[in-house]
Design a protein around this ligand. Structure first.
Ligand SMILES: Cc1cc2nc3c(=O)[nH]c(=O)nc-3n(C[C@H](O)[C@H](O)[C@H](O)COP(=O)(O)OP(=O)(O)OC[C@H]3O[C@@H](n4cnc5c(N)ncnc54)[C@H](O)[C@@H]3O)c2cc1C
Length: 316
């Protein structure tokens, strides 16, 4: 049995979620291979080769893989299928969430998402009902396992090994499907920390209304080296990119501190922040459900709170 981990990459960068996936993959007690796919991804592959427990890194460097579109990526993984019995990706990546179900379809097996714990090669723990219930489930067929894991639920693999694993460049199949052609790409400034690995995350809800409040929140995030999250309402209103969405249909995060500004605390949002160590909420409505999940609460206008925090962080 071999486990194939699909790395989280952004161009040449290996994203921190990969170390969690490798940490999780070691639970199978089998050789772990990592697939680094993208364009100009050699540096990411060399980083992956330094993760503890990785036996081999497979590098698929090809312009057709630059956007990690589900169709070519799933076909690539399928072409590597022989010899791999477990395929592992992460819930934090929208791309992985599209690629792995497609791979499960190609392999004609049941894929499993939202995995929180690996009990054995067939038994897994995962949440149900927006995280209110944790279920233990067993896959009853003998086919390959296709798993989407919640990265933060697993210990990350260390990166200190002196002898890196070999990096093997793959011949990418000629016939990768390309049903979508990307005509243009607008990249958001990604100089700040990743949402999944940031120690501090500032959450933006509909109560952060107005340009000035949003600017203050972004400025504060920069000063605190924090990442910014948003509710689905804010994303749907076009005020934040979808990658910022946290919750049942967004990302799951586990920062040391989550500050929720003008967020009501719907259970679908809470599903994404349950693993935060400390939650601070600012809301004008003292009955808002977010206060039941928060460790500290401020019944206050979000703009006013942001202004005060800005002043305090300026005087530091
Ligand atoms: C299937 C499904 C999946 C979903 N998935 C997600 C998900 O992944 N993530 C997610 O976030 N949501 C998700 N939702 C939506 C979710 O149910 C809520 O509608 C959403 O989280 C609410 O966003 P909000 O708190 O920004 O807005 P609102 O619910 O409108 O709350 C705004 C809050 O701001 C407060 N407020 C108003 N003005 C101020 C002010 N000046 N200062 C301070 N506070 C103020 C209000 O008191 C209120 O509590 C999902 C819904 C469904 C049905």
């Amino acid at each position: 049995m071999t486990v194939l981990v699909l790395a989280h990459v952004n161009g040449a960068r290996l994203l921190p979620g990969t170390a969690h996936l490798v940490g999780a993959a070691r639970a199978f007690d089998q050789p772990v291979h990592v697939l680094v796919a993208g364009e100009g991804a050699r540096e990411a592959a060399e980083r992956a080769a330094r993760l503890d427990g990785v036996e081999r890194v497979l590098l698929a460097d090809d312009t057709r893989l630059a956007q990690q579109l589900a169709e070519p990526m799933a076909v690539l993984l399928h072409s590597l299928g022989a010899g791999h019995d477990v395929f592992v990706g992460g819930m934090a990546s929208m791309a992985h969430r599209e690629i792995l179900p497609r791979l499960a379809g190609l392999l004609d097996v049941m894929g499993l998402s939202d995995v929180l714990a690996i009990e054995d090669a067939s038994t897994f723990r995962r949440p149900a009902y927006a995280g209110n219930v944790i279920t233990t489930v067993r896959l009853t067929d003998d086919g390959p396992r296709v798993l989407l894991l919640r990265e933060n639920a697993f210990e990350r693999a260390g990166e200190e090994r002196s002898q890196p694993a070999p990096v093997e460049e793959l011949a990418v199949p000629d016939d990768l499907p390309a049903p979508v052609k990307v005509l243009a790409e607008e990249r958001h400034d990604d100089t700040g920390p990743d949402l999944e690995s940031a120690r501090i995350v500032l959450g933006m809800g509909r109560g952060v209304s107005g340009e000035e409040s949003r600017e203050m929140l972004l400025e504060l995030a920069e000063r605190l080296n924090a990442a910014v999250a948003a509710t689905r309402m804010v994303v749907d209103d076009g005020l934040a990119p979808s990658e910022w969405q946290v919750g049942q249909t967004g990302k799951r995060i586990a920062p040391a501190l989550y500050m929720a500004f003008g967020i009501s605390g719907a259970h679908q949002h809470l599903a994404g922040i349950r693993d935060a160590e400390l939650i601070v909420a600012v809301n004008t409505d003292d009955q808002a459900p977010i206060f039941r999940a928060a460790d500290f609460g401020l019944v206050m206008d979000a703009a006013e709170a942001l202004r005060l925090l800005r002043e305090r962080s300026q005087t530091k």
